[in-house]
Design a protein around this ligand. Structure first.
Ligand code: NAD
Ligand code: UGA
Length: 480
């Protein structure tokens, strides 16, 4: 069947909009794809000649950008023009948790969605299929339709010249494997009412996704399925982290427990790694959104059930910083701790809701001097997240490693001299390079008693066994 979509516009050039459109452009060379954003700096970075400067780090993304940019993939701020040219518009803008007003702390802030819908209502021409790509509260499509309808009824210059269909097509990619996930999705979910519109979107995906992976539902099921998928995934992490704490208390080993339960095909082995607590921009916000919806629809028990997943995660992060303090004699004052990893997981430069933020804040609060390393996260980003400038910026002349100030941090690009005189090392992100550290050599550089806290379970205990380092790892209650 000939595809009638020739021109796609995506509103929002973020972690979802950028990679998703790059893959569509790559797999559909016959379609022109325009990604637009209000953020000029972000667009400039997408257009940067140096592919290392792309605003998002995702394995494989640079190669696709190199192949398709300025051929059938374009990044610009010309929102009006690209909306007016598009047959299909993806809305892929941010939907963070509201910080004030009704539903503050739980409900999604839909102001960027509403602004996008208004832009579409204003500039779209002819018939346009509007696709919700952002993760949205169930029934948001109603709001979008309402805004688009107001254009059709308005007394503007060209009333009734534009018509719309609205579809829900939530994104299930994970950061760090976004390109792989987009190229090999477990499923593509399309929710909608109009079969012809659904068919046009399905036709795009058929260029690389097999028919059995294209799932069709009604629009509300599609919106809710996205929130539910994230809630189930996050729930597994809180579940295994809660069991990890029990393992530490009882002499069990969470890795063995995960393996044992993961062999049950009904449970499955994925997403059972105990860690420092889930981070990322979406799990917390999407569960809180589910909590808000449950409360709104008069289901307080359902709300409480899902809220406990978020509460456990926050408790767990604080538990880690508390046990570090306890093991370092109850005070971190003037103690140097090397923090390995700040991103919320490996293979991404994203720090949103990273467990490292709360844990580092707690340690600084206790008086520690943190030396933070992450191969992809900048010092500026860490300063924003911790809401604290690094020591070197505040004290240009001073040597951080002398422990002459407490409650501070600095960042390092190389691990070469990082461990000199350190009291502890804390692993918070599972970057490959941390697995290669020689703990025998490192042990000689550290102040004794020295500690290694492995919150990601990436270090083989045998590598630390005959060193002077005390070793703690997540969920490990086995006494060596
Ligand atoms: P993001 O913050 O990285 O990107 C959103 C972009 O939208 C920003 O660059 C912002 O400037 C732009 N924007 C906002 N309002 C705009 C407007 N009116 N016109 C033009 N541009 C506008 O967000 P993200 O991580 O890409 O997430 C987007 C949505 O996708 C969210 O709803 C999120 O829940 C969902 N999601 C995210 C992921 C993920 O891994 N990050 C995965 C699946 C789904
Ligand atoms: C998650 C979902 O996996 C995606 O399907 C979804 O599209 C996306 O959220 C979204 O809606 O934003 P993402 O947050 O990128 O993807 O990363 P995950 O791999 O899910 O990891 C989330 C957090 O859980 C990370 O901090 C990770 O370290 C942690 N995690 C994950 C564990 O602690 N243990 C595990 O076994 C798995």
């Amino acid at each position: 069947m000939k595809n009638s979509i020739h021109n796609i516009c995506c509103i929002g050039a973020g972690y979802v909009g950028g990679p998703t459109m790059a893959v569509i452009a790559d797999r559909c060379p016959h379609i022109e794809v325009n990604v637009v954003d209000i953020n000029q700096d972000r667009i400039n970075l997408w257009n940067s000649l140096d592919l290392n400067e792309l605003p998002i780090f995702e394995p494989g993304l640079d190669k696709i950008i190199e192949r398709r940019r300025n051929k059938n993939l374009f990044f610009s701020n010309d929102i009006k023009k690209q909306i007016s040219r598009a047959d299909m518009i993806f809305i892929s803008v941010n939907t963070p948790t509201k910080t004030k007003g009704i539903g503050a702390g739980k409900a999604s802030n839909l102001k960027w969605i509403e602004a996008s819908a208004r832009q579409v209502a204003l500039y779209a021409k002819g018939h346009t299929i509007v696709v919700e790509k952002s993760t949205l509260p169930v029934r948001t499509a109603e709001v979008i339709k309402e805004i688009l309808k107001s254009k059709q009824n308005s007394k503007e210059k060209h009333p009734k010249t534009s018509t719309f269909d609205v579809l829900s097509n939530p994104e299930f990619l994970s950061e760090g494997s976004a390109i792989y996930d987009l190229e090999n999705p477990d499923r593509v979910l399309i929710g909608g009412e109009n079969n012809s519109a659904i068919e046009k979107l399905a036709e795009i995906y058929r260029n690389w996704v097999s028919e059995e992976k294209l799932l069709q539902t009604n629009i509300w099921s599609s919106e809710l399925a996205k929130l539910t998928a994230n809630a189930f995934l996050a729930q597994r992490i809180s579940s295994i982290n809660s069991i990890g704490a029990l393992c530490e208390a009882t002499g069990a080993d969470v890795r063995e427990v995960s393996k044992a339960i993961g062999h049950d095909s009904r449970i499955g082995s994925k997403f059972l790694d105990a860690g420092p607590g889930f981070g990322g921009s979406c799990f917390k916000k999407d569960i809180l959104n589910l909590v808000y919806l449950s409360e709104y629809f008069g289901l307080p028990e359902v709300a409480a059930f899902w809220n406990s997943v978020v509460n456990l995660n926050a408790w767990h992060q604080n538990r880690i910083s508390k046990l570090i303090t306890k093991n370092l004699f109850g005070t971190l004052s003037n103690k140097k701790i090397v923090v390995l990893g700040f991103a919320f997981k490996s293979n991404t430069n994203d720090t949103r809701e990273s467990a490292a933020i709360q844990i580092c804040k707690n340690l600084i609060e206790e008086g520690a001097a943190l030396l933070i390393h992450d191969p992809k996260v900048s010092c500026d980003q860490i300063a924003i997240d911790l809401n604290l400038q690094p020591y070197s910026k505040k004290n240009k002349e001073s040597n951080f490693s002398e422990r002459n100030e407490e409650g501070n941090w600095d960042s390092i690009d190389s691990l070469e001299n990082a461990f000199d005189g350190a009291d502890a090392v804390l692993i918070l992100t599972e970057w490959m390079e941390y697995k290669k550290i020689n703990w025998r050599v490192t042990s000689n550089k550290m102040r004794k008693p020295a500690w290694l806290f492995d919150a990601r379970s990436i270090i083989d205990p045998n590598q630390v066994l005959n060193t002077d380092i005390n070793f703690w790892r997540i969920g490990d209650g086995v006494k060596l």
